[in-house]
Write a protein that binds this ligand. Structure first.
Ligand SMILES: C[S@@+](CC[C@H](N)C(=O)[O-])C[C@H]1O[C@@H](n2cnc3c(N)ncnc32)[C@H](O)[C@@H]1O
Length: 456
């Protein structure tokens, strides 16, 4: 084993290095520095001394993965159960919160060039374990036996079986184990991502944490099996769906979906700013994966919107209408724009279900829908955006600035895209007034925030 310095400053691909980790990067990798060269090390935390293999090599930095923990950090705690989706469970929860709060501050100052970003204390999760309302598992085979669990980190074709998922409810654990046992009993094969042979690909379970409903979707290749018998064998589930997908890509979004038993729709309830709302969610629509913390996040959006009952509000990237419908009771009117047509249909139905008649939803791409929306509705008083991880394109920010809206509430799942967008808005005449991080994803490095920008 060599030190990075011994090889010159840029270690070779595949080289194994001994490294001391001194920080955590955005996204969760440990940071090590050798001769000014930075390595992002998956599976390491500050204070660890590790042996790591270089998996990617660039001019300015490299990526590596831990092969051996030589000297563990004094901050490390025992993980509850192996889980590639919960890499931060080796850190105490308080430490995770501190890290997330400081990463939001760091992104805003480094990328957004804000000298003293107005970041408030992070809102901790109500439940740091077993909080996810949507779980996706993959089928695989190990020594000839069918397994159902997670991809082994760094190995796209190897699946580790899971018998207890520390981020899922016990009910979801039971459903997954029942499906696995039934499929083993039937002697079904797992789809092999290498040669494209075999049947079972994924299991997706959605749970209405408040409604108590459970939806099961099994994803297979084009082959056949006694799907209806599997569906009927599952106890107390609201609906069972079967998606057949011929594609080679590892995605649960492609293919034809049939309803086997029950309903294709699952319902969930949220209480935001004193209002109880009920939502129906189509299988391919986005819904925040932590119900209890979605309430806190949307509550923060309502607070930041500062509504008096008369305002015209735009909700861009409105999904199934969650934020729009949380805002509607305190607004004059709300207009939502969302690109997925099924989600728009859900939003319209959700408005009706909750007796809300001042919210309208349109299917459209935010990039082109903004100007026609302003022509039809008039300029907004408050504008809410909740974009995907990539944030807003410069063009969308320009369209927003054109409206001269007095208040912007920016809900973000990625502080490294919030930061440049907020800078562009501030350069366009706004003040960044408040940034509120909310911990939606304990035991993981993911960070969510709600920010308020006010026109100066
Ligand atoms: C982070 S989700 C937010 C959804 C909703 N606000 C919520 O909290 O449930 C982002 C949403 O933006 C939608 N979306 C992505 N790109 C879009 C675009 N260019 N125009 C309109 N909607 C888009 C996605 O379908 C998704 O529903």
């Amino acid at each position: 084993m060599e030190s990075a310095a011994a090889q010159g400053t840029r270690p070779k691909l595949g080289a194994e290095l001994e490294l001391k980790i001194d920080a955590l990067a955005y996204g969760g990798a440990g940071v090590a520095r050798t001769d000014g060269y930075v390595l992002f090390v998956q599976g390491a935390v500050p204070g660890d001394r590790v042996r790591a293999r270089v998996t990617k090599r660039k001019r300015a930095y490299a990526e590596a993965r831990v092969v051996e923990l030589l000297d563990p950090s004094p901050d490390r705690i025992e993980p509850r159960a192996p889980h590639p989706g919960a890499p931060w469970q080796v850190l105490p929860y308080e430490r995770q919160l501190q890290e997330k709060e400081s990463q939001v501050r760091e992104a805003l100052s480094r990328i957004g060039r804000f000298e003293a970003p107005p970041v408030e204390p992070i809102v901790p999760a109500v439940e740091p374990w077993r909080y996810r309302n949507k779980l996706e598992y993959s089928f695989g085979e190990e020594e000839g036996e069918l397994v159902l669990g997670f991809h082994r980190p760094g190995r796209w074709n190897e699946i580790d079986d899971v018998s207890e998922d520390v981020l899922a409810s016990e009910r979801v654990d039971e459903v997954r184990e029942a499906v696995k046992a039934w499929c083993r009993e039937e002697g079904l094969s797992a789809y092999d991502r290498g040669d494209g042979v075999g049947l079972l690909r994924n299991l997706v379970v959605r749970e209405g944490r408040r409604s108590g409903q459970i939806q099961v979707r099994i994803v297979t290749s084009e082959g056949d099996f006694r799907a209806l018998d599997l569906a009927e064998s599952l106890q107390d589930v609201t609906g069972v769906l079967w998606t057949r997908s011929a594609g080679v890509a590892e995605t649960t979004r492609e293919g034809e979906t049939d309803l086997l038993t029950g309903s294709a729709i699952i319902e969930e309830e949220l209480e935001c700013a004193g209002e109880k709302l009920r939502f129906r969610i189509s299988p391919d629509a986005f819904f925040q994966t932590n119900t209890e913390m979605a309430e806190r996040l949307y509550g923060a959006a309502v607070e930041l919107a500062g509504l008096s009952g008369r305002e015209r509000v735009f909700d861009l990237y409105s999904g199934i209408g969650t934020i729009a419908l949380a805002l509607a009771p305190a607004a004059g009117e709300v207009w939502g724009i969302e690109v997925v047509e099924r989600a728009v249909a859900d939003a319209l139905e959700n408005a009706r279900l909750n007796g809300i008649d001042n919210a309208r939803f349109y299917a459209g791409d935010v990039r082109t829908a903004m100007r026609p929306l302003v022509e039809e509705a008039g300029s907004p008083d408050v504008l809410v955006v909740d974009p995907p991880r990539a944030g807003l394109s410069q063009k969308v920010v320009r369209r927003i600035l054109e409206t001269e809206v007095p208040r912007i509430v920016y809900v973000s799942c990625n502080p490294t895209t919030l930061a440049p967008n907020a800078r562009q808005m501030v350069d366009g005449g706004y003040r960044l007034e408040r940034v509120l991080p909310v911990d939606m994803f304990p035991q993981t490095p993911h960070i969510e925030c709600a920010a308020l920008l006010v026109r100066s």
